[in-house]
Design a binder for this molecule. Sequence first.
Ligand SMILES: NC(=O)c1ccc[n+]([C@@H]2O[C@H](COP(=O)([O-])OP(=O)(O)OC[C@H]3O[C@@H](n4cnc5c(N)ncnc54)[C@H](O)[C@@H]3O)[C@@H](O)[C@H]2O)c1
Length: 312
Amino acid sequence: MAHTVMEHVRDVLVMLAQVLYYWLVAIVRAILPASIQGKDISGETVLITGAGSGIGRLMAERFAKLKCRLVLWDVNDKGNEETASICKGYGVSVDTYTINLCDREAIYKLADKVKTDVGKIDILVNNAGIVTGKKFLDCPDKMIDLTMQVNIMAHFWTVKAFLPDMMTRNHGHIVNIASSAGLIGVTGLADYCASKFAAVGFDESLRFELMAQGKTGINTTVVCPFFINTGMFEGAKTRFPFLLPILEPAYVADKIVEAVLCNQTLLALPRILYVFFAIKGFLPHSVAQVLNDHLGVSHCMDNFKGRQLKAD
Ligand SMILES: NC(=O)c1ccc[n+]([C@@H]2O[C@H](COP(=O)([O-])OP(=O)(O)OC[C@H]3O[C@@H](n4cnc5c(N)ncnc54)[C@H](O)[C@@H]3O)[C@@H](O)[C@H]2O)c1
């Protein structure tokens, strides 16, 4: 039956009241510290990919401090075992698995094994990532393939594997580690940016899809940090460190875990990125280019060395 004018007016008023309510909630949440509003995740099982180094390891340690049971995945078994031994020091149970996230069937098989060995996953952190760090035409095809497989395709497969149990229980949290390069394009990072924009889009769509299905007990968080001092982006530089500092890994890990505790949907670090992201939406591209050049984004990868990954 066609809606009457009064029904349309009522719908719009309800929508405006909701907008106002959720806006106020968001402001209060942005102000309150995690110690007050944070949820209790002790006893929950957290799976982290890429746990063998960098922020994966540091997040694992923080979840261990919060008394979570850990499932650690990495292609680097030595690094993964080192992370596990650090975490076991907090008296929690830790299971490590060696996996190459480029292999979809291996992910599904390992996910089944984890469900048998450990049980259901409460918090899934898609963290593993790689970067080519070359201008697009210099990127070997193999590295572009690997970048897409690790940085985004693996997110699809892990979520497909673990989300169904979360849906059944209407309980869980999916964390997708993207990058500031998932919000703003960067010279020398075309393949990496494509993978990280995809991770941001995947996270947002998935969140809306879950909300539309009434799965309010399942949260998602997408993380978009600027360069972090882990070695992955060795040699990359920032022109204005006071505005866009190279971030300390411990700080980033703290903020990610806080974001999980507070069910924050988007975490951008440093905070100025929220401003850049917002103004990008209404600036003409030519103006954005001038700003990019001035902020050094056009040349930040000129001296990139990274971890010297090889395609073979
Ligand atoms: N370092 C930065 O400047 C920076 C900035 C923004 C976002 N990020 C993102 O943060 C995440 C973690 O980065 P990091 O700096 O800790 O990097 P890192 O290189 O220290 O850690 C990445 C981990 O992923 C693992 N890994 C890589 N390929 C894999 C594969 N095929 N299968 C399984 N494991 C694999 C590695 O072994 C490593 O332990 C990545 O997704 C990265 O894109 C990093």
